[in-house]
Design a protein around this ligand. Structure first.
Ligand SMILES: Cc1cc2nc3c(=O)[nH]c(=O)nc-3n(C[C@H](O)[C@H](O)[C@H](O)COP(=O)(O)O)c2cc1C
Length: 230
């Protein structure tokens, strides 16, 4: 294999969702360098739909505290980030995720209070020193959200290349209004997701969940590759 492929493949494969971080600070110049790489992500007609709020210190804590209060308020409508009912093939993977995740945390899946407390850790950015909130102009369509996914993955890979770890977090979407009150979100924008950024605690079992993936032949269909060329 060529050298670049082997290095880049191993960086991509080393990315996992990290949910326990060491308190070690992240240099602002590293964050800027990561975003500077991510801005090269492709987008429809080069529209670049991303806006990022990078939070540290007191501001991150204040937002986290406000979100923890909102999370404790049981009247807040739940976030439906996947359709219900979820088609069978997706549901079985979602259930497998739950078994692995709550199993690593030592939480009985029927213990809804303990699960809610675990979900609440999202809003503290899992103890990471840096939190990011991503927003998009709400008038944009699904094609621009596709651009956003490319941007987010590029951030996560650029972070790994610098020894940093991340967790992308849709959980923040539940509290759009709290976030809008704390950050100066542009008018007409909505929250896409948040992301924790920092150095992983490598001793945490929660950081070693080993989420399985389907093999290539389960999701890719090849055509026209077995033809004999004259
Ligand atoms: C768009 C998106 C949103 C996610 N939201 C959350 C979240 O709110 N909280 C969380 O703990 N993990 C979240 N995750 C992480 C996924 O659970 C994780 O990527 C998946 O289980 C596969 O595991 P891996 O990333 O470690 O390979 C999210 C991932 C993506 C891509």
């Amino acid at each position: 294999m060529n050298l670049h492929a082997s290095i880049i493949d191993s960086i991509i494969r080393s990315r996992t969702a990290v949910r326990v971080f060491r308190p070690d600070a992240v240099l602002k110049e590293d964050i800027v360098a990561i975003l500077d790489v991510a801005r090269t992500a492709p987008s429809n007609s080069n529209t670049q739909p991303w806006r990022v709020h990078v939070l540290g210190g007191r501001i991150k804590k204040q937002l986290g505290d406000a979100l923890a209060c909102a999370h404790a308020d049981e009247t807040h409508p739940p976030l439906r980030h996947l359709p219900e009912p979820l088609p069978d093939s997706f549901r079985s993977r979602q259930e497998d995720f739950g078994v692995r995740y709550y199993g690593a945390l030592g939480i009985d899946r029927k213990d809804m209070d303990a699960r809610a407390r675990a979900t609440g850790r999202n809003f503290d950015f899992f103890g990471a020193p840096v939190g990011m909130i991503f927003t998009i102009d709400a008038s944009l369509q699904k094609y621009s959200w596709l651009d956003y996914g490319l941007f987010l993955q590029t951030i996560m890979i650029a972070a790994r290349a610098r020894g940093l770890d991340t967790c992308p977090q849709v959980s923040f979407v539940r509290y759009q209004s709290v976030i809008a009150n704390h950050l100066q979100i542009e008018p007409g924008h909505e929250v896409v997701c948040g992301m924790s950024l920092g150095y992983a605690d490598d001793f945490s079992v929660v950081n070693r969940l080993d989420m399985p993936r389907e093999p290539v032949d389960r999701f890719a269909r090849f055509a026209g590759f077995d033809e004999v060329c004259e």
